[in-house]
Design a protein around this ligand. Sequence first.
Ligand code: ADP
Ligand code: MG
Length: 261
Amino acid sequence: SGPEEVSELDGAKRVSASSFKGGSLEVRNLGMAYGTLEVLKGVDLSVKPGSVTCVIGPSGSGKSTLLRCLNRLVEPKSGDVLLDGDSILFMKPERLRRRVGMVFQHFNLFPDHTALENVALSLRKIKGLPTAEAERLAMARLADAGLASRAHHRPGGLSGGQQQRVAIARALAMEPEVILFDEVTSALDPELVKGVLNLMADLGQRGMTMVVVTHEMGFARRVADQVVFMDEGRVVEAGPPDTIFDNPQSPRLKRFLAEVL
Ligand code: ADP
Ligand code: MG
């Protein structure tokens, strides 16, 4: 195995032992529509501090819209979301997005900047840190993600898995209380998926609160504290992974699992 392969897999191992203080989320009767298309029809969800919630369900069931409501990339139409007990509807969106970070399927890195600069830029622009301090912290977060040796590479010189880990390092650098992940391994070549999932599993173990929309059922089973099955804008079933995967109740979840497992 070459050096490339090693660096894909060692992300989790190199993460420092420090732990996070994750926040809680309470989603209450959340409704959202695009025009006349009702996409969320009263979603309730409870996310405990430091827990990992995996959201599964068919395409178009509202998973991405739910995540987007949680940091108000889209505005809910009804209901509420409490972050550590406070309604997000009364928070400034910029402040909210620092507290609730998000990582996307496509990494959205700046192609002309190195990995280090990508992370440091956010620290300067969003946290207002001076350059030297931003770069020191950016280096630490890249090291957390097993990418210290890649800090001076541009995204084009990194594998997709490494780019996604830079995006996760950038999210971590904001010191969020919750991180939302929307199908972050779906665009990766299969051999690059594991390094990203290992890093995410490690963040979960270190106490980060995470809401993870994923097709990786193995990850959900292994890492999730809670699995939420959505269909047609509603939470159809939620529970611990053993219950959801081994003892599904609703016909819709049974059908979904039969298709994906
Ligand atoms: P999922 O992530 O589970 O695939 P989404 O939340 O992306 O589901 O989408 C839910 C529904 O909302 C789908 O019917 C989708 O076509 C629709 N939708 C998503 N984004 C938009 C948008 N920006 N404008 C209009 N309709 C949208
Ligand atoms: Mg989606």
